[in-house]
Ligand binder design. Structure first.
Ligand code: FES
Length: 309
């Protein structure tokens, strides 16, 4: 894994009652450059590691900015940030990685965000404005709850911004995709229901998968405690209800490559030999699931899991 970045919290801004923005600056030297759509992993003092999209302008690396919504089912990541992180605190970040890049061959970029899914598109918008690219941003939100950055986006984007306020106007993906030029690419970030709807509508209208891009919220959900055995070392681990299998492996000194920590990138794929697995990833095929699991999100759900580690 690349060397971690040492940063301090430079500012915290409340965007809505449930969403806060955090700005980080390097303790020494400069922060590495990044491209629009990149994320960083925060290594929190409580042992949690969560991935968040960078929403800062990629052309300005004096600070990194992220926005975090406090999740009701938080396992300690968003709750820790909201309740404990203060200006001046020190943290470690993984260097930026990009699983959701802009596609250079696109002639037109259609960005679709719901709620906190707006974050990668804040960086996208600044990059696309700089390039003079043809783009539009469709943003569905709830007034006074998940309407982060609406005012700034209105100022910056003018008619490029299309707003869908809960209870007033519905985001209709079928109409949005209809009649688009072949060079158009669509990008979506938001809850699973939005991403599934996008994939269904795009398939029904014959869009090539190469023109449809999405990023799921990358956060593991809690579950029941379960037991794991490592076949090669004979180690046995108990994974707590609010802990992921990946976190339990890391706590035991077993490093597994990872990027998204949310079951979408494929980096942490690990072979398993026996046991009852509840797969929760969005990466493996049904056949691959018979021999592999994603420890960032997958959990045991019965007899202990035997991993080929
Ligand atoms: S870290 Fe990305 S799928 Fe597990």
């Amino acid at each position: 894994m690349s060397a971690l970045l040492d940063v301090r919290v430079a500012a915290i801004r409340e965007l809505t009652p449930v969403i806060r923005e955090y700005s980080f600056e390097a303790l020494a030297g400069a922060l590495p450059g990044f491209s629009a759509g990149s994320h960083v992993q925060l290594h929190l003092p409580n042992g949690r590691r969560n991935a968040y999209s960078l929403l800062s302008d990629p052309a300005d690396t004096r600070q990194y900015r992220i926005a975090v919504r406090q999740q009701d089912a938080s396992r300690g990541g968003s709750r820790y940030l909201h309740q404990h992180l203060k200006v001046g605190d020190r943290l470690r970040l993984s260097p930026p990685a990009n699983l959701f890049p802009l596609h250079g061959e696109a002639r037109e970029h259609i960005l679709v965000a719901a709620g906190i899914g707006i974050t990668p598109f804040i960086a996208y918008s600044q990059e696309l404005l700089r390039r003079g690219a043809d783009f539009e941003l469709h943003y569905a939100y709830r007034a006074d709850t998940s309407d982060a950055y609406v005012e700034e986006l209105r100022q910056q984007l003018g008619p490029r911004l299309h707003e869908y306020i809960g209870g007033q106007r519905r985001l209709d993906l079928a109409s949005l995709l209809q009649g688009r030029a072949l060079g158009a690419h669509v990008y979506a970030c938001g809850p699973q229901s939005l991403l599934l709807d996008l994939q269904e509508q795009a398939t029904a209208q014959g869009w090539s998968p190469r023109r449809v891009h999405w990023e799921a919220f990358a956060a593991a959900e809690p579950g029941q405690p379960f037991r794991v055995e490592l076949a090669r070392s004979g180690q046995q681990l108990d994974v707590a209800a609010d802990e992921s299998l990946l976190e339990a492996l890391e706590a035991a000194g077993v490093e597994v490559p990872n990027l998204c920590r949310g079951g979408v990138c494929g980096q942490c794929q690990t072979p398993w030999l026996k046991g009852d697995v509840e797969h929760r990833d969005h990466f493996l095929s049904a056949i691959e699931r018979t021999s592999s699991l994603m420890p960032c999100v997958s959990r045991g759900c019965g007899s202990p899991i035997l991993l080929d580690l």
